[in-house]
Design a protein around this ligand. Structure first.
Ligand code: ADP
Ligand code: NA
Length: 313
């Protein structure tokens, strides 16, 4: 373990996140437009997002040393994203500014009355994150405590990161979002999988499966730990010790659940890297995620370590 001691006696784990960075452009509308329609937005916001970046920021706020491996455009949004990572204390040495593609964008329409979203993602530079970008960071990955990936970057890139970590005995976390079926040789490289309910059943190709049944099938494919997030209900935790539901924590208020799953995965990774067992780590992650839903936006809503420790007391 490449942990350094801090004044408070807690070790500071090293988390490497390999993944996406987007700018979320969110427009609240009275009604989502249909085909051929134009509607006016009552409120527009641009906030840093992308699952990889959200998870990296969550882990950094919770006290980890974080290295982010990603691509943004060589444009103003990319520069803004990098400035945000640096402000959160994230090592950006492996965030490439790609002159051949723009920063990834998520266009999010929010139906203010119904609370429903329609989202268009233009991956831009995220689609260029390559196996060789990951190989450039291989020394850092091999010396990390845990490596965290999602599915907003090419699958070959994800597989390369997982393989480098796996071969070095570094814990691997995959947040399998957005949902898609995955090849068995990729799942075999995953120690901890963190799907939501939809993703869990899609991964096993059986939309009638219960989260518990899906977890069992994923174990059979070589994934030793499965944590299925269940929204406000918490998370189902399944590993060799058995299956338990770690109850959700009541959020102070529910303002915006964007990024709740990312907060959960980032927080779980920090707790596991600190040596907590899976159940304790899921409790910690649930506490962190419950705080993230009480604030607007993805990255701006990630709680600090002090915030989470205060509610776990
Ligand atoms: P995703 O956002 O990826 O679909 P979930 O909806 O399962 O994932 O949420 C992830 C985690 O966020 C949950 O396991 C829970 O800890 C927390 N969470 C989500 N919604 C709420 C809520 N309304 N109140 C409290 N915690 C929540
Ligand atoms: Na939020």
């Amino acid at each position: 373990m490449n942990t350094s001691n801090r004044a408070d006696g807690r070790t500071r784990p090293h988390v490497v996140v390999v993944g996406s960075s987007n700018t979320d452009m969110t427009a609240r509308v009275a009604r989502l437009p249909g085909p051929g329609e134009t509607v006016l937005s009552e409120r527009f916001e641009m906030v840093a997002g992308g699952k990889g970046a959200n998870q990296a920021v969550a882990a950094a706020r919770l006290g980890a040393q974080v290295t982010f491996v990603a691509r943004v455009g060589a444009d103003a949004l990319g520069a803004q994203a990098i400035a945000g990572f640096q402000a959160a204390g994230i090592d950006t040495a492996y965030v490439v500014q790609d002159s051949g593609a723009p920063t990834g964008i998520a266009l999010i329409g929010v139906d203010a009355a119904r609370g429903e979203n329609s989202i268009i993602v233009a991956p831009g530079a995220n689609a260029h994150l390559s196996p060789s970008d990951v190989e450039a960071a291989s020394e850092v990955i091999r010396n990390a405590d845990i490596v965290v990936c999602q599915l907003e970057t090419p699958l070959e890139t994800v597989k390369t990161a997982l393989r480098i970590a796996w071969e070095a005995g570094v814990l691997t976390v995959l947040n399998p979002a957005p949902a898609q079926p995955l090849p068995a040789d990729l799942l075999a490289l995953v120690d901890i999988l963190t799907p939501n309910e939809t993703e869990a059943v899609l991964l096993v190709g059986d939309t009638d499966a219960s989260p518990e049944a899906a977890a069992q099938q994923l174990h059979a494919l070589g994934v030793s730990s499965v944590v299925v997030t269940l929204g406000a209900a918490g998370a189902l935790v399944s590993n060799a010790d058995g299956v338990v539901v770690v109850a959700g924590r009541r959020a102070p208020t529910v303002v915006d659940t964007t990024g709740a799953g990312d907060c959960f995965t980032g927080a779980l990774s920090v707790a596991l890297a600190e040596g907590k067992d899976l159940r304790r780590a899921a409790e910690f992650a649930g506490a962190a995620a419950s705080l993230s839903v009480a604030k607007a936006g993805a990255q701006p809503s990630m709680p600090t370590r002090a915030d989470v420790d205060a509610i776990l007391k």
